[in-house]
Design a binder for this molecule. Structure first.
Ligand code: M6R
Length: 613
């Protein structure tokens, strides 16, 4: 996730900016840069790679300015490179900006600016901001930023400098964090509190659609309409480590809580409106030659490892239901050795959070050699997978630091839904009207995901009652079976509890022999046509002494008399439940891990990225 910092005061800015950027390293980044208003004018220095690269670049020159902004970039639009690093400037090099977020209408704005004579230097979405501010600049920098805000869609935290207004930094935000710090020698902006703690514990959080104008000795706040606002100053009690985790005890907890935003960032830019009908559609421009997927003899292969493979299993159900196209799902380490039958008419969806998993890459290369089309779903721009695939769909979840994958999973699912719905429409399986209705439902998912966190205390108490169970089984049918697998993996890897997933109908073909009074069974019940069957399965395990937790929708009481406890999710269409139903089990696994005295962020024997076979 990008990090932004800024300083205006009486000290030389460069070392302060570098120091603050170092405190944001934990957010993940691939390049860094600063812009300082020095006596010779605006100086911009930026480089791909670690901050030490930028430090080396700056070592040989003394930049004397006391006003500056800085950035660590986590690439989204455009690969990691010197040119795509921030800060970005307008054509004349008078205005510099740093940006954290995603400008959803950047392509349209870029076209418009190009028609007005602007030549772009980078592939980023952010560069439009510098040019728009310049376009609207008429002697009042605040006004120009406000007018720019009115034209950009998406999320942003911004820091803006201009040679024409050397006594100020403008900051603004919408849907990306931004905090102002009040230091002894000047004032600061930062994406996150850790960047400020060495200088101050007195901060003000900027809210959406607000702007701040920082001077060396004071800060003013405005609404997007330009009206002044009074803001509260808060005292930060956290230590640096807690601050890096945004006040959460662990990265995993923070990342679970980030899911509503990660889902919004991944879904929203891809849902567009058809100009003629006004109906929703999916923007699939990232997938080259999408029309080719229409071919009668097309088959889809989904290949991945671990959690990403579970997303692939949900993907199979999604593609088969919405697009009526045959799908094979494979574990990458199996696929690569099974002499697979695939060829140039096949489409491979390769899913990997890191884009660096050794088995996944090997499987991708094998599929590529057979002539198949490779579409990657990954979270890391510039990763090996993203560079070698024919097309890439990014999950815009931001860096995932905890070993247990959470927000990567739900955003991978959201990408699969979008592709499948689009494909279903172009293959004539779902009408444009139905596509619109399904996309409307998908737009509701982030808010529904946020609602699930209202149950966090309840889940914590549930974990306190059951964390020492030696056997935990998850069961469900169809989508719920796939989510059972992912839930069992979460619980295994961080709480070290023996947990297994079963297709509920398979129970009596063997696994039920394991059920006794020491067993907890979590039954996912989100597929309405199969409620009766699930009710019977629950009764079967209860009769053998198991404790049963049912996870179903808010409007369902079918299982109230059967299950020992019931957890109710916001109501969505059955087929979209996986993006929600996994969240309680992520939380349950997390609290079991804590109660068992484990470190959920760094479970034993596991690495975040498995780059060896
Ligand atoms: O980076 P990838 O998505 O390719 O990683 C795949 C698996 O190693 C990963 O999902 C792993 O299973 C997680 N630790 C699960 O939480």
């Amino acid at each position: 996730m990008c990090g932004i910092v800024g300083y205006i005061g009486t000290e030389v800015a460069t070392p302060l900016l570098l120091d603050s950027l170092k405190k944001l390293e934990y957010r993940g980044y691939d390049s860094a840069g600063i812009a300082v208003l020095a006596h010779e004018g605006l100086v911009v220095r930026k480089a791909k790679g670690r901050l030490t690269k930028l430090e080396q670049l700056l070592a040989s020159e003394a930049i004397d300015g006391t006003v500056g902004i800085g950035h660590t970039r986590w690439a989204t639009h455009g690969e990691p490179s010197d040119i795509n690093s921030h800060p970005h400037t307008d054509v004349s090099g008078n205005i510099a900006i740093v940006h954290n977020g995603i400008i959803e209408n950047h392509a349209k704005l870029r076209d418009w600016l190009e028609k007005h004579g602007v030549t772009f230097r980078s592939q980023t979405d952010s560069e439009v901001i510098a040019h728009l501010i310049d376009f609207h600049y008429n002697g009042d920098l605040l006004q120009a930023v406000r007018e720019t805000m009115a034209r950009i869609e998406g999320s942003y935290a911004l820091g803006v400098l201009s040679e024409d207004a050397p006594d100020r930094i403008i900051a603004a935000r919408k849907d990306s964090p931004l905090v102002i710090g009040y230091g002894k020698t000047g004032n600061y902006i930062a994406s996150d509190v850790p960047a400020l703690l060495a200088h101050t514990r007195e901060v003000t959080y900027i809210d959406d659609y607000e702007l701040a104008v920082l001077f060396a000795d004071h800060v003013e706040f405005y609404t997007e309409d330009g009206d002044p606002v009074q803001k509260e100053i808060c005292h930060i009690e956290w230590d640096v480590e807690a601050a890096e985790k945004g006040g959460y005890e662990h990265f995993m907890l923070k990342e679970m809580h980030e899911q509503p935003k990660a889902l919004t960032d991944t879904i929203r830019p891809r849902i567009i409106r058809d100009e003629s009908s006004g109906l929703r559609n999916v923007d699939m421009h990232e997938v080259k030659d999408f029309e080719r997927w229409k071919a009668e003899d097309s088959r889809i292969f989904i290949v991945a490892c671990g959690t990403a493979w579970h997303a692939g299993i949900v993907g199979k159900y999604i593609f088969e239901q919405f697009a009526r196209i045959p799908v094979e799902v494979d574990i990458a380490s199996e696929f690569r050795y099974r002499n697979p039958l695939c060829g140039k008419n096949d489409i491979f969806i390769i899913i990997s959070q890191s884009g660096e998993t050794a088995d996944t890459l090997a499987a991708m290369r094998l599929a590529k050699r057979s002539g198949a089309e490779i579409v990657a779903i990954t979270n890391v721009v510039g990763s090996t997978l993203s560079r070698e695939a024919d097309s890439v769909l990014y999950t815009w979840a931001g860096p995932e630091i905890a070993v247990a994958s959470t927000k990567a999973f739900t955003t991978q699912l959201s990408c699969l839904y979008l592709i499948a719905l689009k494909l279903g429409n172009i293959r004539g399986v779902i009408s444009h009207q139905q596509l619109d209705e399904h996309l409307k439902e998908i737009e509701r998912i982030p808010a529904a995901a946020a609602k699930i966190f209202d149950m966090e205390d309840e889940l914590q108490r549930f974990a306190a009652r059951h964390f020492n169970k030696t056997k935990v089984f998850f069961m469900g049918r169809l989508f719920d079976y796939a989510i059972s697998m992912e839930s069992a993996l979460k619980l295994k890897e961080i709480s070290y509890t023996h947990s297994e997933a079963f297709a509920a109908g398979e129970l009596k073909h063997g696994p039920i022999a394991l059920v006794d009074t020491s067993t907890l069974v979590v039954a996912f019940c989100t597929q309405r046509a199969l409620f009766e069957k699930m009710d019977s399965n629950m009764k079967e395990v209860k009769a053998r002494g198991a404790t049963v937790l049912a996870i179903t929708f808010d409007d369902v009481d079918t299982f109230d008399g059967t299950a020992d406890e019931t957890l109710k999710l916001p109501v969505v269409l059955d087929q979209f439940s996986p993006m929600l139903s996994i969240i309680p089990c992520q939380l349950y696994a997390y609290y079991c891990s804590i109660l068992r005295g484990n470190d959920p962020d760094k479970p034993r024997n596991l690495a975040k990225s498995v780059t060896v076979e």
